[in-house]
Structure formats: structure tokens, C-alpha cells
Design a protein around this ligand. Sequence first.
Ligand code: PLP
Length: 282
Amino acid sequence: MIIYLNGEFVPETQARVSVFDRGFLFGDGVYEVIPVFGGRPLRLAEHLERLTRSLAEVRIDNPHDRSGWESLFTTLLEKNPGGDRSLYVQVTRGVARRDHAFPTGVRPTVFAMVNPIVPQNPAVLEQGVAAVVVDDHRWSRCDIKAITLLPNVLARQEALDAGATEAILIRQGLATEGAASNLFVVGDGVIVTPPKDRSLLPGITRDLVVELAQEAGLPLMESTIPEQSLRVAEEIWLTSSTREILPVTRLDGRPVGAGVPGPVWRRVHGLYQDYKARLRET
Ligand code: PLP
């Protein structure tokens, strides 16, 4: 694989980052993941806007303007041909002697790579996945896409250890999102997703799903989701750039609704697939 590191495109085996990089020492950095279908990045402008915002919130200078990022991604995709892929980009504050205070005069470390998107196993779309409910141990700025992901890692592993695919996080009695995904619930035929605030990442897939559902005239509300609502939901879905819209059919070992992917998921999943098909044709 050819990766991008600090201005150069190099084989991954030749890429080197200092042990003094603040990403390594402090988790002092942010990242972005952009899905690419048929060579076309999905919602690139929105992903770059979120990256710009994450950088501004942690006070790291944005190393590129929009066209700089775009040409970097174009070259990286050309150097790593393939089918559906995702771009991963990470910016850390840079390399400096270990001290919590911001260093002066350092340049951010910029790293980007391309990973294949593994097509969803058809069984997952037929049967859905299992999820478990887990306490949210993250910080109070979950709206920033920071590389500091230890609580997310622990939550995901807790889910896997319980034989599930994803953890749904609970903060002060409310279900906010998954360990690496946004949350949707269907109750009384209405699609509900939590409003965007500091307790969750403003997912690009989330926003697209909201848009597609509203365009199709499906009832949708942005509203908090008490943990108890999960237990009586007709449908639960989790969304992310690489896993699209996952139907959750078991929660903490009990069936969600009828225990199979529901009709509203089927409709919205179809709308999302159509959107991707149109993107490929552009
Ligand atoms: N929430 C968290 C905590 C995430 O890590 C992710 C993506 O990895 C998402 C939500 C979904 O965001 P997106 O749809 O932009 O991939």
C-alpha cells in the first residue's frame, strides 16, 4: 500500500513517524474517514468541513485548503487502485519533546491511507446484528473526531466479548450513539435520532440518512432517546461511513421488534443504495 505522510507518497513499509509525535504520546490529533464508491468520495465537502472543524476545535492549523486535500486524495486513490475504498486521514499536532503544553514552531503530522470497504455480508442484511448497551465513558467533546479512542475501543470489545457487533452508549440515561456509529430508533412508525450536540459525533452518514428519509416523506424526529426506548423500539439502526445502515435485531440478547430487519430500515437502506448508485454514475 502507498500511503501519504507529510508531503510524500511512500510504501507503507518505508513510512516512519517519530516516537515523539504527539499523536503517539498524547493522542493529540484528529482524523476523518471518507468512503469512496466507484472512485467518487461520498459527501467529500461535508467530510472536509468536519475535519476543518475538528482541527479548529483542538487548535491545530489546517495543513491544507480544500483543493489541497482534494488533490492529495486524488493522487492517493490513483496510487491505490481498487473497488470501494475508504480514505483515512489523520492530523496530529506534530513532533516535540514531551510536554502537555502546545509546542511552538512545529508542523502537524499529516498521514493518509486507503483501505478497502468490505461489502456487507448478505447474512447481516437478512438477519441484522446484535448490539449491547454499555455505559459511555468518553469525554464531554464527543463532537470532535479525535484520535483519542480508548473508551470507544473498550466499548467495542465489550460488545464483541458479549457476542455482539456494536455497543450502544448510554450517557445520563440517554442512548447517544454507537462506539463507532450513530443511532436511529423507530417507534410508532417514526424514525428518531438524537440531535447533534457535544455528546455524539455529527455523522455524515447520519445526516445523509436524515436527508433521504425526509425527502421520501418518512416521519423523522431529532430527539433524545432514553435507554428505555431502546427496549421497546420497533427497529434500531446504526450508521457509519464504512458500515452504512446496520439493522440491529438483538439488544442485550433480546429481539428488537420482530427480531428481523424492519420495513422502515429496508426502505431507507434502499434509498441509501440508490444514492450510492447515482454517485457511481456521476
Ligand atoms: N460516531 C462515532 C463515535 C464514530 O466513530 C463514527 C464513525 O466512525 C460515527 C459516529 C459515524 O460517522 P460517519 O457516518 O461520519 O462515518
